[in-house]
Ligand binder design. Structure first.
Ligand code: DAH
Length: 346
């Protein structure tokens, strides 16, 4: 080993290290280069280890070259580090940038169930005529659900309602919202304009047009001089609000124990417009509700003097109204919680 050889090894190492620093792709490569060349077990140290083999007068000269090479490589690495960390920062800032102008992800909003929606629309129509919403209990008693509505225990009209009884004391799940009429009459003095929406229950074999749970909206008006003409006018307004101002309507005689006279209220079939199709049982008409003048016996049960006051009442199935408006044919779909069905009403 002589001075010239070791000096040229150091110079070669310097050239290689400076080139490597300039070509380093990232700061991690510079860290590795630093260890490899400048570290305790690095290239410069390895060359300088031979210093003891040189004549004493050459040792300071090799030491000086070693320091010079070390300083040059350090400078090259730190220059490269400054350059790379600036571009790495720029790259990171670009990658992590938030574009505040990007539109947000759509939030899926819930919507009212079509039956609730329809019940509210019905209530909105009658609200324009001064009807106020009341609610009665779903668990009723036989007296209010039947007897005070002029349906005595053994009356054949009970066959109209297949009842779910809860116990032998006469508690039952209300079969219609009509008992709400009695409750409102007990609670209010005429003039009364009440609307009673609510869930009803019947013992039914479930199919496309029968459910054991369904909704009704009941109406009751009691005042001096309330007449059948008022009822007809109101229901016509209602049908036109729900099914269009030019939808023909008709009243037919009907039977309910709690009204006298009783009527069924029809609209011209929304499917065939009177051409007689299967949807209207080939009659051309569809019944949307039952109604009538409140029976004097029922007024009396309600604590109202039938000599002074008259009333009319009506009741309708909300599912039926919703079916006709949205052309739904199977009632069971309302209960199935299928979002594809429910979402179609929004
Ligand atoms: N409660 C009857 C039913 O469930 C519907 C009804 C008919 C209600 C005539 C009335 C009415 O208030 O006057 O089928």
């Amino acid at each position: 080993m002589d001075l010239a050889q070791l000096t040229s090894d150091l110079e070669a190492l310097r050239a290689r290290a400076i080139a490597a620093a300039a070509a380093a792709p990232d700061t991690a490569a510079l860290d590795a280069l630093d260890v490899e060349v400048l570290g305790k077990k690095g290239g410069i140290t390895a060359i300088l280890r031979s210093i003891g083999a040189l004549p004493p007068e050459d040792r300071p000269r090799l030491g000086a070259v070693g320091n010079e090479v070390r300083a040059a490589v350090e400078a090259a690495i730190s220059a490269a580090r400054a350059r790379l960390s600036a571009s790495e920062l720029a790259a990171r800032l670009a990658a992590e940038a938030v574009d505040v102008t990007t539109p947000g992800r759509p939030v899926r909003r819930g919507s009212l169930h079509p039956i609730m929606e329809t019940a509210r629309e019905i209530a909105d129509v009658f609200a324009q005529f001064g009807f106020v919403v009341y609610e009665g209990p779903e668990v009723e008693d036989d007296v209010t659900n039947f007897q005070m509505l002029n349906i005595p225990p053994d009356h054949p009209a009970r066959d109209l309602w297949d009842t779910l009884y809860l116990d032998l004391e006469g508690r039952l799940l209300r079969t219609h919202t009509s008992p709400g009429q009695i409750r409102v009459m007990h609670q209010e003095q005429p003039p009364i304009r009440a609307l009673l929406p609510g869930r009803c229950f019947r013992y039914e074999a479930v199919d496309a047009s029968h459910a054991s749970e369904f909704f009704q909206v009941e109406g009751l008006m009691v005042d001096e001089g309330t007449s059948m003409a008022d009822l007809k006018g109101l229901l016509d307004q209602f049908a036109h609000a729900m099914f269009g101002a030019d939808r023909p309507t008709r009243f037919r005689p009907g039977y309910y124990p709690f009204t006298e006279p009783s009527v069924a209220f029809d609209i011209l079939c929304v499917i065939c417009n009177g051409e007689k199709c299967p949807a209207c049982s080939r009659t051309g008409w569809m019944t949307i509700l039952g109604a009538g003048m409140v029976h004097p016996v029922v007024l009396r049960y309600g604590g109202i003097d039938p000599e002074r006051y008259q009333g009319f009442a009506f009741g309708m199935g909300v599912e039926r109204i919703a079916n006709l408006r949205h052309h739904v044919v199977d009632l069971r779909q309302y209960m199935e919680d299928d979002l594809r069905f429910l979402g179609a009403f929004r």
